[in-house]
Design a protein around this ligand. Sequence first.
Ligand SMILES: [Zn+2]
Length: 145
Amino acid sequence: MNWKGHFLFAFILFLLIGYFILNIEIINLLLFAILAGFSSVLPDMDHELSKFRKISDKLFPIITFVYLFWNSWDLLSSIILTLLFSGVYFLIFTFLKPKHRGITHSLFALITFSIIIYIFAKTFFYPFFIGYLSHLLADRTFKLL
Ligand SMILES: [Zn+2]
């Protein structure tokens, strides 16, 4: 399944779960369903040509900088930390890139990322969790690690 298929599947799955089980109001439901769609593309970050990689390679430094600066780091520290984190990001994806449908397609990744989201951005927990889970369901890859 390509990223559009994953996005659509997660979007629809979240609409159904959000409406019938979580009782989320309509405006938030649509917004969260879109977020679930984006989350569903994440497991393919291990794929060089994936839509996620193309976008995240460009967005990672920008989002990191904005996040740091927004959270009251001074300009110089924000720039230095952005360069540092971006370096780590590119090292990981260049040298430690997991094999396709490897660890990013595992329950371990789903649970680990979900815990991180729950701690730092609790509001987005359900869209993230359901979106990421939908990718594993669509790919039918259910392994622990
Ligand atoms: Zn996949």
